[in-house]
Design a protein around this ligand. Structure first.
Ligand code: ZN
Length: 1097
């Protein structure tokens, strides 16, 4: 058998078959007995090469497993075009009762009290302190001095950040609370609150003008007319950029006497990378915006031991003795662009073992020829060291980021469904691996040897087929499980709970109707939206109507269940007030078919907002809500999903009651980890019950203040659910985002009651798992629900020696219940190369996947270790990875040179982004809930999501010709790259900004914002006016397309240069030093260099 051929005959079922009509055929080897010769075994075709664990003939493997160390590629002579060595395409790719109930009168007419006016609540963000002073950029570039031990500095103090409570809500606040921040008004008693916000508050737009803690930028100074982006050739700061991007020399410009020492020299006065005295650099230096770059007071060094940059009044103008040209260090933009150019035009064909796929930022099509598409599985390395000693030496984590139910582009075929009838899928008797292209048929096809455990198994008669002269089954290309990397099996009843085929799943909508939810307009909006949303429940294949049933619950301190049986004229409410022992008061009529009960459901959704319009109840419960939903599914004997819409810390007396334990003083202490831990074990216990029932929980939060996301998100996290957070929700500002997220969440295809297992060939095994799931043993990943966006990251360790010839094989098997209630197995297989030379490992790594793993590892680490320890661990590991390369793979060169492996040259810049992310190094504006929220989001992100989340995309909007239809080329995320004459868009998958330079032409301002001047643009604007001109259409089109690419709706915030809101935007300029003390890219690279040199000496 030979599955690795690069060009197999086109399988009869056609490779790219975008539309597979229905999943119910059994055309692939179904019909047991129909194709198989009864008991006649084929003639034994002579010795089959694969029988002795040797690879089948003709196995093509690329890239070669040994050869010239990649450093030779990397070390291109100086002076070449900075990225001249990128031609080689594939070489440099680096890159989730009994209780008496209070029953209201059976058919209770709902009161229809007039609804209180929806009071808009001013969204108030925590005030920010002064903008980064001019010193920041100087300091960030000057931060090369690196010495001493690494002790993270505490977050900068004295920057003028006030605690949220220190300021009156109306002053110094930011609009658009969606990003960060808490609302000061919280849960005041209804009366006073209602009075306080009865429309008297100014609309949020006015907030930015009210500067209280905001110190205006020092420089109102003359702006340079225009500031262009990257330097022009020959315009470098410190002489021509002679160094290769992955081969960064820190040796200074000619005047520096000792090139080799400048990186580790004693800390001197803060050197300035860019001298404002240097002719021609002034534009870049002082830029068109921002004040003169002087030292920033109290600015802690990110690497203590080094002087705090701002603490020394070093003259920023002094010519630096050491400098590193930002243009000479590896650029993410360049790497992304090169990969697009080199690999975007041809499909990625998966027939070759150990191929590194194109980067996640490259658009490419995939042809499955025996290995799973990179859309399903991406690995940190496609060439694994043969021994654990080698792996330990290199310190490169061996991990796979798996997205089992990934959505595919329309051009690619969904996995075929294979029906083996009553016998079910064919498996290895010993290790239970599923039939796959890597199994070796022997003895004329009568037996097969397992590619995972080497066990020889009999081929059941109905599956028998003859082998051709190469030892391959003649029907190999007729069977997905023998020729494709990914496919599905229809599961038999043996794969079902209690040996019973599952019922279709159910969705239960559980709506908080406490005071906050009513006042913000949330309940009214939600009920209105649900009416139409119910027509978009996930369907399978060509089904006309969704099989999913729905149910409704509202709650505050008590729960209200609704009977919406189709035979009723009006819905009926049943109240359960004994929240300590939750039960479901009705079975019949609670979960219904939407079409059958439509009239009653619509009536209910019309009445809910009226019923609770006058509520004074501010307290809520939370755990009993989940308990009720889970019990309802249990009673209906089905899996399903709870959609919970919740507003406040559940302080009402009930199981899972929480207290406000937010304490920012814990940041940077050994107790910081408690901020990320749940405050009670009740939710884990509840999650375990949910998982057993196949009850997935999606949580929509609308907090006005601390709600303890760390605790509330435990159940969603452990059940494969999602958490959404809309801080200070206001209908007028957040409606679009919430509706879009909700619609997507309700419509998305979900697998329920799932179990995932990753099997590996002998030599390595899965040892660790990251994502949103539950594990009750060490091998099975249990997911109450799994959607097409969630990933599970799996780490592998050696348990034996691997073999270069046979490579290493992974098989991910996901057993799940489809939306229509069908039990299925989805199988993904991936073969990797194995190497005895470290150079081969370093040549076949994917940095983006590495970062995905490292971020998840770190974000889990903060649960148990001080954040500083977690950061240090990351830095050390990165240094070890790079030092091992330097020592074993790079050609000898000056110690002053930093040499990075070609496909890891972005590791430092990306790792630095992880290190200074809100979870690991929070700024003063980041709340405890924000951190917990981001922490759990990242846990199940795929590689593309972590890539843009940690290194945002920054696009110039006015630089490319207006008629150009392609997306403008991105630029590096640094203030240096912004020109005040332009407009930029920045996105990271969660946030979307438009930054407007103060020198933008009037015409442009008019075309985009419909106002006549820069000063008239509303800062914090979240919707661009719809104007009929090319620029407006183009920009709005771009925003739509970016939103469509991301799994969550990104709310737009328009930010003006030198406006207070600019601080929010600058937070995402990740190559710069951050206000929270995070190092600039240049500084971090220098620091990394020093760490590497220490390891090598
Ligand atoms: Zn086996």
């Amino acid at each position: 058998m030979n599955v690795n051929q690069s060009a197999p005959p086109v399988p009869p079922y056609g490779q790219p078959q975008p539309v597979y009509p229905g999943y119910h055929q059994s055309s692939y080897g179904g019909q047991p007995g129909s194709t198989a010769p009864p008991n006649t075994y084929g003639v034994y075709n002579g010795p089959v090469p694969g029988y002795q664990q040797t690879p089948p003939p003709g196995v093509s493997r690329a890239p070669p497993s040994s050869g010239v160390p990649p450093a030779s590629t990397a070390q291109v002579p100086c002076g070449q075009g900075a990225y001249g060595q990128f031609g080689q395409g594939d070489v440099q790719n680096g890159p989730s009762s009994t209780v008496q109930m209070q029953r209201l009168p059976g058919s209770q007419p709902f009161g229809s009290a007039p609804l209180a006016p929806v009071v808009s609540q001013p969204a108030v963000l925590q005030p920010y302190g002064p903008p980064p002073t001019s010193a920041q950029v100087t300091a960030q570039l000057a931060g090369m001095q690196i010495s001493g031990s690494v002790t993270p500095a505490p977050p900068p103090s004295g920057l003028g950040y006030g605690p949220p409570t220190s300021l009156a809500p109306a002053s110094g606040s930011f609009p658009n609370a969606g990003l960060y921040g808490s609302c000061p008004q919280g849960q005041a008693p209804p009366l006073s609150q209602a009075q306080g916000h009865s429309g008297a508050q100014p609309p949020q737009r006015s907030a930015p003008q009210q500067a209280s803690s905001f110190t205006p930028q020092a420089s109102g100074g003359p702006r340079m007319p225009s500031m262009t982006g990257p330097l022009l050739p020959g315009q470098s700061f410190g002489g021509p950029p002679v160094n290769q991007p992955n081969h960064v020399s820190s040796p200074p410009p000619p005047q520096a006497p000792h090139p080799g020492t400048q990186m580790a020299g004693p800390p001197g006065p803060p050197p300035s990378m860019h001298s404002s005295q240097q002719q021609g650099y002034q534009l870049q230096q002082n830029g068109s915006f921002g004040p003169a770059r002087g030292p920033q007071p109290n600015y802690g060094s990110p690497y203590p031991g080094a002087p705090a940059f701002g603490s020394q009044p070093g003259p920023p103008q002094s010519l630096p003795p050491k400098r590193l040209d930002p243009d000479a260090i590896p650029s993410p933009i360049q790497v992304i662009e090169d990969d697009r150019n080199n690999r975007g035009s041809e499909p990625f064909v998966t027939g070759v073992r150990g191929q590194v796929p194109p980067l996640v930022t490259t658009n490419f099509l995939v042809k499955d020829q025996g290995n799973a598409s990179p859309r399903y599985i991406r690995c940190t390395s496609y060439n694994i060291p043969c021994t654990s000693d080698m792996a330990k030496q290199a310190q490169v984590p061996l991990a796979a980021v798996i997205k089992p139910l990934a959505r595919l582009p329309p051009e690619e075929a969904s996995p075929y469904l294979v029906d083996h009838g009553e016998s079910g899928p064919l498996r290895c008797n010993r290790c239970k691996a599923y039939m796959c292209p890597f199994m070796q048929f022997v003895e004329g096809g009568r037996r097969f040897q397992c590619c995972f455990c080497s066990c020889i198994n009999d081929v059941p008669p109905q599956y028998f087929q003859h082998l051709d002269h190469t030892g391959k089954r003649v029907d190999a290309y007729d069977r997905p499980e023998l020729s494709l990397g990914s496919y599905e099996f229809l599961a038999t009843v043996d794969y079902c709970k209690n040996n019973k085929f599952p019922s279709p799943p159910a969705f239960i909508f559980m709506i908080d109707v406490s005071y906050n939810a009513i006042r913000s307009g949330l309940v009214r909006l939600l009920c209105e939206e649900l009416k139409s949303l119910l027509d978009f429940l996930p369907r399978e294949g060509g089904a006309e109507e969704s099989a999913i049933r729905v149910g409704f619950v509202t709650y505050n301190k008590v729960l209200h269940f609704y009977n919406v049986k189709s035979s009723l004229a009006q819905p009926q409410m049943m109240v359960v007030s004994d929240v300590a022992d939750m039960f479901v008061p009705l079975l019949d009529g609670f979960l219904v078919n939407v079409n059958e009960s439509r009239a009653v459901i619509i009536s209910l959704l019309d009445q809910i907002p009226e019923m609770f319009a006058d509520t004074r109840e501010t307290e809520t419960v939370f755990a009993p809500v989940i308990q009720a939903g889970m019990e309802a599914l249990k009673a209906a004997e089905c899996a399903g999903k709870l959609f919970i819409f919740h507003t406040s810390l559940p302080i009402a007396e009930a199981p899972g009651k929480l207290k406000n334990r937010d304490d920012r003083k814990l940041i940077n202490t050994d107790k910081e980890k408690t901020l990320f831990q749940p405050q009670t074990g009740a939710y884990q216990a509840l999650a375990k019950e949910c998982v057993a029932q196949g009850c997935c929980v999606d949580l929509f939060l609308f907090p006005n203040q601390y709600v303890d996301v760390a605790t509330l998100s435990v159940v969603p996290q452990l059940t494969g659910g999602s958490v959404y957070k809309y801080t200070c929700f206001q209908v007028e500002n957040d409606q679009e985002r919430f509706m879009s997220d909700l619609r997507r969440d309700v419509e998305k295809v979900v697998g329920f009651d799932a179990v995932m297992r990753v099997r590996t060939s002998t030599g390595i095994r899965a040892v660790d798992f990251f994502g949103a799931f539950y594990m009750s043993n060490t091998t099975d990943v249990e997911l109450a629900g799994l959607d097409g966006e969630k990933t599970v990251t799996v780490e592998f360790k050696h348990d034996d020696r691997l073999n270069e010839e046979s490579g290493a094989i992974l098989q991910c098997a996901l057993l799940y219940t489809s939306c229509a209630g069908q039990r299925r197995l989805r199988i993904h297989n991936l073969a990797l190369n194995c190497c005895t030379q470290l150079a081969d490992l370093y040549r076949n790594c994917e940095t983006d996947t590495l970062i995905n793993y490292m971020a998840k590892f770190a974000y889990r680490g903060v649960l148990n270790s001080p954040v500083k320890t977690v950061r240090d661990t990351l830095i050390t590991q990165c240094a070890q990875i790079l030092a091992c390369y330097r020592k074993n793979c790079a050609s000898p060169s000056s110690a002053g040179q930093l040499i990075l492996p070609e496909c890891m040259k972005l590791l430092p810049v990306y790792l630095n982004c992880v290190l200074k992310s809100d979870v690991l190094q929070p700024g003063a504006e980041v709340t405890t809930d924000d951190r917990a929220y981001v922490r759990q989001l990242v846990t199940s992100m795929d590689v593309a999501e972590t890539n843009v989340f940690f290194y945002p995309r920054l696009l110039p909007l006015t630089k490319s010709p207006i008629e150009s239809t392609t997306e403008p080329p991105a630029i590096r995320a640094s203030e240096e790259r912004l020109s005040n004459g332009d407009i930029y868009l920045l996105e990271n998958g969660l946030n979307l900004f438009i930054w407007v330079g103060a020198g933008v032409q009037q015409g442009v301002v008019q075309s985009l914002f419909s106002v006549s001047s820069f000063s008239q643009i509303t800062s914090g604007l979240s919707i661009l006016p719809v104007l009929d001109n090319p620029l407006s259409k183009k920009v709005r089109g771009l925003i739509d397309s970016l939103r469509a690419q991301r799994s969550r709706y990104m709310k737009l915030i328009v930010v003006k240069q030198e406006d207070k809101l600019e601080m929010l935007f600058k937070h995402f300029l990740v190559e710069d030093k951050s206000l929270s003390g995070g190092a600039s890219y240049v500084d971090f690279l220098c620091h990394m260099h020093k760490e590497i040199r220490q390891l090598l000496s």
